[in-house]
Design a protein around this ligand. Structure first.
Ligand code: BGC
Length: 310
């Protein structure tokens, strides 16, 4: 009999959730605002809301649910299920036990891991990492997260405290990042960086739009050749590509897998990134490296989180 787990991917903007089975199939996929700018309590409330929706549906459909896997930004002490810090995009998300309140409310066991780490697991098992041993995963969204598999095993640094690939310095004398350091890759190449940059330029140029300015809108305007959007997207490709070139030189992986909503913008997205990487990488390091989109797309994180129970 198929068994299921609840997979939740907490992001700075939204919570993605679904019921996932051992084959990696998704049931009842959905999304809620994470309310990360309000408070940690609110975020936990939203997580509980998502889990409740799924649990109720599972009961209705008589499905067996083993537990709740949660991917969250930040450095996670997986054994004590504590987010230690490094999740600056969520208010109060520091030294926080997310699992216990969720477990109490839901009466289901809860496991917690870093969101990019979960994306890596999801893609290794069911997606673009399947069949490969040396893979670097990047998730590009409100922040930039990373995970690395070496010889088929995750490498997370000692005590699971590393792999903050979004926080490598890109611009030595750049602007301050949410993490407190200066010029991080995330600060220049995340989707929120793109939105920030585009909004500032548009305002300068007295351009206004009917829709909310987000990654999707900027990509659409880029495809319509609006100069402000073209300029900002090219900047985005450049920064992200420069960062990735560094990862290729360090890890020389078989694949770099990019996830997060914006990576699904279209084939042009990867092509532009590949071009920048090619121009800046040490060719011998890049010999065996392909740069590809996460084939589970935005679902990779929640699938990986659920798979902690499957
Ligand atoms: C955090 C990471 C996280 C990434 C993606 C970064 O700002 O430092 O821990 O994986 O955002 O959410």
């Amino acid at each position: 009999m198929m068994e299921y787990a609840i997979g939740i991917d907490l992001g700075g903007t939204s919570i993605k959730y679904a019921l996932v089975n051992q084959a990696g199939d998704l049931l009842l996929e959905g999304r809620l605002p994470s309310l990360a700018h309000v408070s940690a309590e609110k975020v936990i409330e939203q997580l509980t809301k998502a889990a409740t929706l799924l649990k109720d549906e599972a009961i209705k459909q008589k499905l067996k649910v083993r537990g709740i896997g949660l991917g969250t930004p930040g450095i996670v002490d997986e054994s004590n299920r504590i987010v230690l810090g490094g999740a600056e995009n969520i208010v109060g998300w520091e030294n926080i036990d997310v699992a216990s309140p969720l477990e109490e409310q839901m009466s289901l066991p809860v496991k917690v891991g870093n969101d990019a780490g979960m994306m890596g697991w999801g893609e290794m098992k069911f997606g673009s990492g399947k069949g490969y041993t040396h893979v670097v995963f990047l998730t590009v969204g409100t922040g930039i997260g990373g995970s690395v598999f070496i010889d088929g095993k995750p490498f997370n640094g000692y005590a699971n405290r590393g792999m903050e690939l979004g926080h490598v310095p890109l611009i030595a004398n750049g602007e301050r990042c949410a993490c407190g350091a200066v010029g991080c890759l995330e600060h220049y190449a995340s989707t929120s960086a793109l939105v920030r940059r585009f909004s500032a330029l548009a305002q300068e140029r007295r351009q206004s739009f009917d829709a909310e300015i987000n990654g999707e809108l900027i990509v659409r305007l880029y495809q319509e050749n609006l100069p402000t959007a073209v300029e900002c997207m090219n900047e985005h490709f450049y920064y992200l590509g420069r960062g990735i070139a560094g990862f290729v030189n360090i890890f020389s992986p078989q694949r770099i897998v990019i996830g997060g909503g914006i990576a699904e913008a279209g084939t042009f997205y990867m092509e532009n990134i590949r071009k920048v990487v090619r121009e800046h990488v040490i060719a011998d390091c890049a010999l065996n490296t392909e740069i590809v989109v996460a084939s589970l797309g935005n679902r990779a994180g929640l699938v990986g989180a659920a798979s902690l129970f499957l």
